[in-house]
Design a protein. Structure first.
Length: 315
């Protein structure tokens, strides 16, 4: 079709140049305009918020055919599908769109799935250039829903902390802001006197607020806001506390444990030396120092040792 149209398009171009060059010659221009169907739009990339109306403007600037064929197609990644032909609306838009004569498509209650490219095509059989089309890029904006926020309840002083915020309904994709005690946290702490010494990094794209080393001053009530062109929503504030790990306390605790262990060890040693475990000491002597005892003891020990040796061998 495009190949067939080529000569008439270039013909039309020449005519247009003439028309621009000779604007006063309205009679001439009128004559030229009957040669071709020409479309134009008031807005090639309209947008609307979800559940609002939107106009996909397709204006027939010139035509001489009385009953042109007007069609609208929706172009998605799956290919084109009919929205309007034979004077009827089809598909998903069936009860949500009307045609405003002659060719403009009016969507009365847009949904997020309407975001796509739409093509207005007009075929005018009696015109020399019998076909024209125009592409409209529609964006239906979706307001963010309440984001999912995660704030750690308490963080040890000097440790890292991560606060996250996620919202996935919004279109265009949500961006994020964080607030501490109702005050917006700047993207860069160095730009603010109040946050100057804070060690955080803030990503407005991912919604992550990361502290490298938490300070006492970082404690507070945090909430996040997801926003896009359609609006914004935020989660409820959540408290983050910062607690001090008491180094002195820990060292004292460790010392106490060490001292207690030492006392126990010393106690056991003393008791041992003063013969509290004397019976055990004797049997121990039988094994460890067999030569020291009398002959009987020695033989018995050797027997036992032999036996043990054998049994362990069997096992
Ligand atoms: C638009 O459509 C939604 C559902 O898709 C419906 O809940 C809402 O009431 C409609 N609004 C109008 C004005 O028809
Ligand atoms: C930041 O730290 C410096 C040096 O530790 C201190 O002098 C200054 O007062 C601090 N600023 C704030 C706003 O806390």
């Amino acid at each position: 079709m495009s190949v067939k149209n080529k000569p008439s398009i270039s013909w039309y171009c020449i005519m247009t140049v003439w028309r621009v060059m000779l604007p006063s010659s309205s009679c001439f221009a009128g004559y030229l305009s009957v040669l071709a169907v020409v479309l134009k739009t008031n807005n090639a990339s309209p947008w609307t918020n979800e559940f609002d109306k939107v106009e996909l403007s397709c204006v027939i600037e010139s035509i001489s055919t009385i009953n042109p064929r007007i069609e609208w197609k929706k172009i998605t990644s799956g290919g084109p599908s009919y929205v309007y032909f034979d004077k009827k609306i089809y598909g998903d838009l069936e009860n949500r769109a009307v045609i405003r004569e002659p060719a403009t498509l009016l969507i009365t209650n847009a949904t997020r799935s309407d975001t796509a490219k739409y093509r207005c095509e007009v075929t005018a059989a009696e015109d020399q250039k019998a076909f024209d089309e125009i592409l409209i890029d529609l964006v239906v904006r979706v307001k963010p829903v309440v984001p999912k926020c995660s704030v750690p309840k308490s963080v040890p002083l000097g440790k890292s902390a991560e606060l996250s915020c996620v919202e996935e309904e919004g279109f265009p994709k949500s961006r994020y802001q964080w607030f501490k005690n109702m005050e917006e946290i700047p993207d860069d702490p160095k730009t603010s006197v109040k946050f100057f010494n804070s060690s955080y990094t803030l990503s407005t794209e991912t919604g992550t607020l990361k502290f490298i080393s938490v300070r006492k001053e970082d404690a507070g009530e945090y909430y996040c806001r997801a926003k896009n062109d359609a609006g914004h929503t935020q989660c409820a504030p959540q408290k983050m506390e910062v607690y001090d790990i008491d180094i002195v306390g820990i060292i004292l605790g460790v010392l106490v444990v060490v001292v207690v262990l030492l006392c126990i060890t010393v106690g056991i040693c003393c008791a041992y030396k003063q013969g509290y475990f004397s019976s055990q000491q004797q049997t121990g002597n039988n094994y460890k120092v067999p030569a020291k005892g009398d002959g009987v003891d020695y033989v018995r020990t050797e027997d036992e040792g032999d036996f043990r040796h054998k049994s362990s061998f069997v096992i």
